[in-house]
Design a protein around this ligand. Structure first.
Ligand code: CO
Length: 222
């Protein structure tokens, strides 16, 4: 199929999908149009091979999604920060997931010593992750294994960036949610791996330096 054919066919596929959904549940769209209560905020890579709800095996309405190159949560990026704020404060998601993937083009590019123009600033975030973990990464001789480890460490650091936000600290201290989780998706197997980042310990550690809210529930003006 040519790309032109695919372009036209998307609308036909959309109609087929709608018909199938309505056949399964006549009120499917009526129900979804009213409200959303996703349990998850998924922060993932923009890579076309990592579609959040598909790999999670869940339905429309179950995951709020933010994607960018290499799943970064950057302090000056109002896009990701607004998404986190809305998902956590208004939708009251229970889980914030940062999901990286092995074979990430953004991570690969950041490991190349090259001027990549407008990407330099964005990829600097990944180079900073490398610098934070340079001893461990430089100790991995196999370049593929080193790159895979950087994917994992990047997820770990972006989880900490999520935890550094006031909205996450305040919500967790008020309602014990959201918890923050780091996953890596393996393109070659389709499997998700939970990096099992210890959320409560990470929160305590982060709050030693990035304490943006009071310590306990009683200190909040609820
Ligand atoms: Co990627």
């Amino acid at each position: 199929m040519t790309e032109q054919d695919l372009y036209r066919e998307v609308f036909e596929r959309n109609r087929q999908w709608v018909a199938k959904r309505i056949a399964q549940d006549p009120s499917f769209f009526e129900h979804l149009a009213k409200e959303q209560h996703p349990a998850f905020l998924f922060i993932g890579c923009a890579d076309s091979r990592v579609p959040a709800s598909t790999i999670m095996g869940i339905e429309p309405g179950e995951v709020f999604v933010h994607r960018n190159v290499a799943n970064l949560v950057v302090n000056t990026d109002s896009n990701s920060l607004a998404t986190i704020h809305y998902a956590v404060d208004h939708l009251k998601v229970k889980f914030v997931v940062v999901c990286g993937h092995y074979g990430c083009g953004g991570v690969k590019a950041a490991m190349q010593p090259r001027d990549l123009g407008i990407l330099n600033g964005w990829l600097r975030e990944i180079r900073d992750v490398y610098r934070l973990h340079q001893e461990e990464l430089d100790g991995i001789a196999d370049p593929v294994a080193r790159e895979r480890r950087l994917v994992e460490l990047n997820v770990q650091e972006q989880c900490l960036n999520v935890i550094k936000t006031a909205v996450v600290q305040r919500n967790f201290l008020k309602r014990e949610a959201p918890t923050v989780h780091g996953w890596v998706y393996d393109l070659s197997t389709g499997l998700l791996k939970d990096l099992e980042i210890p959320f409560k310990e990470s929160l305590e550690k982060v709050r030693e330096l990035y304490r943006l809210t009071p310590d306990s529930r009683k200190d909040f003006d609820l």
